[in-house]
Each structure stands twice: as C-alpha cells, then as structure tokens.
Design a protein around this ligand. Structure first.
Ligand code: 2IT
Length: 450
C-alpha cells in the first residue's frame, strides 16, 4: 500500500467512499479534502494504513434515524425526519450540534459529523464527534410550534444521548430557545438534571460566552493569522455573510478590535453598509433572527443602508472575508473575485463554507483557514460548559474567554506545526487535518479494533 503515490491513494480511497454511499456529495467533499491533505502523511506512516483507520473513520459508529410527528397551531399533522449521527467516540462522548433546516439529510449530517470529529480533536478537549437534526423548517413557525416540535424530537432522541454518551448542542435553526425546549423535555423523560446539552441558558447550567464563542474564536484565529504577517484586525475592512449567532459574535469581536464589518447576508440577498455594522445595528441582528423570517432586507429599511437582492457579499472589495452562513456558500468565481479585489485572507466560520475548487484556489493564493480550525471556538466553549456542569460550578466570563483564547492560539500553533510548507508559509487545511487526525487515530489504535 505504501508504494502507491498519493494521487492513486486518494483516487482509490474516494472510489471506495463513493461506492458505499453514491449520492452523498457533501460527505464525499468533506472526506476528499481531508484525504488529499493526509495522503502523504499516511504513506509516510503506514501503520495507519495497515490499521485501516481512515476506512474506520468514514464509517459512523452509529446512525439513528427517527420519525418526528408534530401538530401545528391549526391542528394539522406534520411528519419530519430526525437524525443523530454518532461518528466517533475515540477521545470522548459524541459531541456536536443539531441542525433544523429543510436541507438536512444523511449526507449533510455525515459531512458535519466527520468535520466535527477532527475539529473537536483540535480543541484539545475530550470530545468525540457527532451531529444531528431534522429536515424541519423553523421559518415562520410560531413559538408553540417550535416547542412542540422540539418536544417530539427529544421524545425519541433522549434514549440515545446522555452526559457521558452524546451531548448535542445548537447549529443552524437551533439556538438558545430550542435548546431550552429540548432540555425541558429531556429532563421530564429522564428525571435528571445533567449536562446533556450545551448552549443552555446561564441560569440553568449554560456557560457564559457560549453564544459568542464561535464568532469570537474565529476572530481570534484571524488575529493570529494576521499577526504572522505583521498585521492585526484594527483598520481592516471585512465582509461577513449570514446574520445569525456566528455572524453576530464575529461582528461584535471585530468591532471591539477596531475592524469594520461592511456586510451581512441572508437567503434573500446581502446588506452593504459602508459606515460599518456596529452598535445598535449589531443588537438589531438578534431581533432580526428572532422574527424567524430568515431575511436581511428589513435591516436596510431600519438603518437606511443598501440591500442587494439575490447576491452574495463576495463581489465587494475587502481586506478580509469571514463566511458565517452555511456550507458551499462561496464558490470558485466568488473566490477569484475576492482575490482580484485585493482580499488577503479568508477565515471560514461556517462549516465547509467554500466549495472544493474555492478552497484549492484560496489556499494557493491567499491566507485561508478552514472551518474545522477557525470555528472550533464554539464547540470548545461547549466543552468548557460540560466541564463546568461536571464540576457543578460556573466560571466567570473572563475565565471562559481566557480559556477560549488559549484554545484558539493552540489550534493555530498546531496548524503551524503540521501545515508548514517548504517556503515557510502555512497550509492551514493540511495542518488542521493532520493535527486533528493524529490524536483520534492514535486513540483508536490504542483501543484495539474499534
Ligand atoms: O459546528 C459546530 O461546531 C457546532 N455547531 C457547535 C457544536 C457544539 O457542540 O457546540
């Protein structure tokens, strides 16, 4: 096996993965990116090949799929599909978010769970990887409908999770409100008050700074990348996509550090605000999200700024781009346009925010950080929430922030260690993939044929 060159190795491995689940394009995309950057490393360390670690890692330890029946406010009955992909528990309980969005299917959740395994490994905290959710569409649903859906979802999920088994959290469509409804139902069914979910309210076991953590962490990571080239966030013009929790956290931290965010976006188009999105405009993002309409146009009316319908913010000239919305939200044309306009760095806060072609182009031309490294701050603070729950105490905001800081610094250092190229530049994709992989792979080998 180690006589093969890396290109053949990637082709053979991918045809194996594709033949097992032919339709799962997002999953193939996530695996391919990892295998491409791992190939040389694996060929140089054949013990991983003999142990078939990669073949094991692309096979979920367990996938649960279930029926979620619920009734809307008029009494009409709906049936959604619920899932939990328990991908890898080599270094800790399965950990990862729940996504409620009509696009949710096994391919999406397997790609997210696969990324989560490596991301969680990078945080240095004891968390395995998982992901779950439903094809339920929260858009325009009432509060009571959301609650009934969450209760029905947890009525099945509760038997598969637990504070030492699998600890879900939020993702797209699942925020503090949904975690509350899910937690309430879990507690009724189990009669246990435990840290079974993260992203809880601070009054009932949640960690300070969890809502901000993904965005803050991504900006801390960007800061480390900028420091390497003798720059920092201050004075940078930045385009952000999305307008949810991750975008909100990133924008808040960018403002604190003296950068200027000129865009947000939604499925309806993007906002361009040349004066910068700060102050009450940032608070307004929370209101906009709470309306459940999933549009950004009202922002333009509220603050008399520009709304560009049906377009994405990547056509503008900026110093830095931070995608904060969803997978494949930035393609090769977007990437070329950004670079042509002088963008010097792209930091993914969304999971697999760039298409494979865009990643290749960006990685070859400007500083590029993949989501599994740059957005790990969210799950890292989830890990800190689990620690606080286990100790039955709560840390201060400063304590959590300083731990988040050092985790992001450490991830950056690991990317430097494993991703340094001959010319001295850092290949963050390679660095994150190898660093994340080694810890999980070694743990699996130590635990026998698991
Ligand atoms: O993609 C992610 O890392 C998350 N949605 C957060 C997962 C978590 O368990 O906090």
């Amino acid at each position: 096996m180690n006589t093969k060159n890396s290109k053949t190795f990637v082709e053979d491995f991918m045809s194996y993965v594709v033949s097992k689940d032919p339709g799962q394009l997002e999953f193939h995309q996530a695996v391919k990116e990892v295998v491409e950057t791992l190939a040389d490393f694996l060929l140089a360390n054949p013990r991983y090949l003999y142990s078939r670690i990669l073949e094991r890692m692309v096979e979920a330890e367990r996938i649960i799929q279930f029926r979620v029946p619920w009734a809307d406010d008029r009494g009409n009955i709906h049936i959604n599909r619920g899932y939990r992909v328990e991908m890898n528990s080599a270094i800790g309980p399965y950990k990862g978010g729940l996504r409620f969005h009509p696009t949710v299917n096994q391919s999406i959740l397997k790609f997210l769970a696969f990324e989560q395994v490596l991301k969680n490994s990078l945080t240095s905290l004891p968390m395995g990887g998982g992901k779950g959710g439903s094809d339920f569409d929260p858009k325009n649903k009432s509060n009571n409908e959301i609650m009934r859906f969450c209760q029905s979802f947890m009525t099945e999920l509760h038997r598969h999770i637990g504070p030492n088994t699998d600890v879900p959290a939020g993702d797209i469509g699942v925020g503090g409100r949904e975690i509350g409804f899910l937690y309430g139902q879990y507690k009724r069914l189990k009669n246990e008050f435990t840290g079974v979910l993260t992203g809880k309210g601070v009054a009932w076991g949640g960690s300070l700074l969890r809502p901000e953590a993904t965005g803050f962490g991504a900006v801390y990571f960007a800061q480390h990348m900028l420091n390497r080239i003798g720059e920092n966030i201050t004075g940078q013009i930045i385009s952000v996509s999305g307008f949810g929790n991750v975008a909100w956290g990133a924008i808040t931290k960018i403002n604190e550090l003296g950068g200027k965010v000129v865009t947000i976006s939604g499925p309806d188009g993007y906002i361009y605000d040349k004066n910068g999105i700060s102050g009450e405009k940032v608070d307004y993002l929370l209101e906009l999200r709470a309306t459940n309409n999933d549009i950004v146009e009202p922002f333009a009316e509220e603050f008399d700024t520009q709304f560009i319908p049906k377009k994405r913010p990547w056509e503008l000239a900026v110093d830095l781009a931070i995608p904060c919305a969803t997978e494949n939200e930035l393609n090769i044309e977007d990437a070329k346009q950004l670079v042509k306009n002088g963008c010097k760095m792209l930091v993914e806060a969304s999971n697999m925010g760039c298409t494979a072609e865009a990643v290749e182009y960006l990685n070859a031309n400007i500083g590029y950080a993949p989501g599994k490294a740059a957005n790990a701050g969210g799950v890292a603070v989830s890990g800190l929430e689990m620690t606080q729950n286990s100790m039955r105490l709560a840390w201060s905001r400063e304590e959590v922030d300083s731990k988040l800081h050092s985790i992001m610094r450490n991830i950056h250092e690991m990317c430097e260690k494993y991703g340094k190229e001959a010319d001295g530049s850092i290949n963050y994709v390679k660095g994150a993939n190898i660093a994340g992989f080694v810890k999980v792979a070694n743990s699996m080998m130590a635990q026998g044929l698991v």
